[in-house]
Design a protein around this ligand. Structure first.
Ligand SMILES: [Zn+2]
Length: 359
């Protein structure tokens, strides 16, 4: 049987945020590999895209992510041209081969288009990379040799005892507020569209109004299966008419606006995953924080690994999160070898985690 340290030839995470998969593929950051994958269109997963566009031969992502990158990727004219030349839209579960290695994308519940990446090397080593995900609705990749996992909420400090009821409470809060005054919902791209769909499913029929960029992302979400409908750009005639009514509509704004300019005369709802005490918390007379998250919490990260049963876990330490704590928990609670990469540990410690000795 191959030693675990041998698997590190086929899997790794660099300081640039690049997740190395096999010999040909790098996901979510630039590395000197012929194929770049984008797991989803959040900025911390589009790192180094300019370098990848210049130096990689192919850029792989789901069709929805490819459209979102054009909206959110801040590409120059030249890079937009390169992106159109090199982008290869790949549907979930459709396999491609490159230089003897196979790759497919699997669904991840996070934002529209989000994917996990699975690579099989020429000699049959299987590496899975989760990207960002919420456990519910995410396909578990079974028995990979290496599982590379995100660690946003990788610490036992980050547990949400409430899970299902957040959505119900968000619906109730909006239904209750929208009759009295306009409601403004603040969140990041992707999560706003999740919230829109939750509200529609929950029976919120009032029109949605939003700035152009959020409107365009919403159009893409709808194209790829989200049920939203009845939404308008704030600069359109319909959008202006709706807002002139003074109530009975919901406005969606980027999270950045919640920090410095929460509006008065409206009900403000801030969507944030960084809340672990209560599903809904009142911030002031007209503002609430709703703990709607698009990431697995600590328990759910552990649960993914427990069900997946990989031989080795690599926790992505290149992005914001609690990588060391998650790797420690995987070793202790599940008895599965786990390391963080990039690592600040000495080689002896890494080898010890792998159950091997340095030679
Ligand atoms: Zn993300």
């Amino acid at each position: 049987m191959r030693g675990l340290s041998g698997l590190l030839r086929y899997a790794g995470v660099l300081d640039t945020g690049a997740v190395l998969l096999g010999y040909s593929f790098a996901a979510d950051g630039y590395a000197d590999r012929p194929v770049r994958i984008i797991s989803h269109a959040h900025s911390d997963h589009m790192l180094g895209l300019r370098e990848s566009l210049q130096r990689s031969a192919l850029i792989i992502a789901t069709p929805a992510t490819i459209e979102l990158v054009e909206e959110l990727g801040r590409l120059s004219m030249r890079n937009r041209y390169l992106f159109r030349q090199k982008a290869l839209p790949l549907q979930y579960h459709r396999k491609i081969s490159y230089e003897g290695e196979k790759l497919f994308l699997a669904p991840a519940r996070h934002i529209v288009g989000a994917a996990q990446v699975v690579v099989e090397t020429e000699n049959g080593v299987r590496i899975a990379y989760t990207g960002d995900f919420r456990l519910k609705g995410t396909e578990i990749i079974m028995s990979p040799d290496v599982l590379i996992i995100e660690a946003t909420y990788g610490s036992p400090r980050f547990r949400r005892p409430f899970k299902e009821e957040v959505e119900e409470l968000l619906i109730d809060l909006v239904l209750d507020s929208v009759r009295k005054r306009p409601v403004v919902v603040y969140g990041y791209y992707g999560k706003l569209q999740e919230a829109m769909e939750i509200l529609r499913r929950g029976g919120v029929e009032e029109p949605f109004v939003m700035p152009e960029k959020i409107y365009r992302v919403t159009r893409i979400a709808e194209k790829y299966g989200y049920m939203i409908d009845n939404y308008y750009m704030d600069t359109s005639i319909s959008g202006k008419e709706i807002m002139a009514r003074g109530r009975g509509y919901i406005y969606f704004a980027h999270m950045a606006r919640a920090r410095y300019r929460r509006l008065s005369g409206v009900s403000n709802i801030v969507l944030s995953g960084w809340e672990f005490r209560e599903p809904v918390r009142r911030l002031d007379a007209v503002s609430w924080l709703v703990a709607l998250s698009d990431h697995a919490d600590y328990d759910e990260l552990i649960e993914y690994v427990r069900r997946s049963r990989p031989r080795l876990v690599i926790v992505d330490a290149s992005r914001q999160g609690a990588a060391d704590e998650l790797a420690d928990a995987v070793r202790r609670l599940l008895g599965i070898p786990a390391i963080t990469l990039p690592s600040n540990q000495p080689p002896e410690t890494i080898m010890e985690y792998l159950g091997e000795e340095l030679v």
